[in-house]
Design a protein around this ligand. Structure first.
Ligand code: ATP
Ligand code: MG
Length: 257
């Protein structure tokens, strides 16, 4: 059986006017199973965000195949949602109306929108902040709004581009726990990009290491640690062995520029 998300030989070169072309992805292959949590780590500029944009349907590869549930990805769709590193919230909209954005675009009735947004606002712990604007929130709170907004349209696939990078260490830990809970409850397929190997191992079923640009899949690690996962797991021998293995694979890509 073929994988839920399947990328084969994906090539993408950016051709900015009056600049040299940049080859971002080269023969990039990936398989993601339905309901899987897969993380991608790789050097800065290796094409991780580019690949998520291809999956989202915003970037078009020059060649190669990208399939989702047996269908070729031709453009954006409500079966996929992205959580961005910079939150991507609309500053003139309140928490509630940011969360409801995707539902509005889908033409969902006000009453239903309210029900969905209220449930998600509760889920991410922002009750009482419904009418606040993004500038009145902390980074962690903005990130929660971004997560709630992505979940509002009930997508099958969550694309997460370094979603916790701007958070302080403790908030980040809490958000990781929260994300695992949501993932387990809502049974989404998650593609998660991060620079933190710890975070990738802790969250994932598998971790992919990419080469430096032009990005290729270098190696995939299966994370056979039991779930549910707890914080203590991060100090176990198995966890740290994996961390070292992944680091060794990644290190070569970072140091051989
Ligand atoms: N819209 C664009 N136009 C031109 N070049 C681009 C564009 N977007 C990305 N690139 C280039 O493509 C390459 C891959 O970028 P990408 O954002 O995918 O990297 P990344 O792996 O997400 O890096 P980081 O870890 O720093 O976020 C980079 O060299 C970048 O300069
Ligand atoms: Mg990026």
């Amino acid at each position: 059986m073929s994988a839920y998300i399947q990328g084969r030989n994906v090539n993408l070169t950016f051709r900015p006017p009056n600049r040299r072309p940049v080859r971002a992805l080269q023969n990039f292959d990936i398989d993601v199973n339905e309901g899987e949590f897969l993380s991608i780590v790789g050097p800065s500029g290796c094409g991780k965000s580019t690949f998520l944009n291809v999956l989202l349907g915003l970037a078009k590869p020059d060649s190669g195949d990208i399939m989702l549930g047996g269908k070729r990805i031709e453009g954006p769709g409500t079966d996929r949602a992205m959580v961005f590193q910079e939150f991507g919230l609309l500053p003139w909209r309140t928490v509630q109306s940011n969360v409801e954005l995707g539902l509005e675009l889908k033409g969902v009735a006000t009453e239903t929108r309210r029900e969905v947004s209220q449930r998600l606002i509760e889920m991410v712990g922002l009750v009482g902040f419904e009418t606040h604007y993004p500038h009145e929130l902390s980074g962690g709170m903005k990130q929660r709004v971004g997560l709630a907004r992505a979940l509002a349209t009930d997508p099958d696939v969550l694309l997460m581009d370094e979603p916790f990078a701007a958070l302080d260490a403790q908030t980040r830990d809490l958000m990781q726990v929260e994300l695992l809970r949501i993932w387990q409850e809502a049974k989404k397929t998650v593609l998660f990009v991060t620079h933190q190997i710890d975070e990738a191992i802790y969250l994932s079923d598998r971790v992919m290491v990419m080469t430096k640009r032009p990005g290729q899949a270098k190696k995939i690690f299966a994370i056979d640690l039991p779930r549910p996962r707890d914080y203590e797991m991060r100090v176990t021998r198995e966890f740290n062995d994996l961390k070292l293995e992944i680091w060794n694979e990644l290190k070569d890509e970072i140091t051989s520029r």
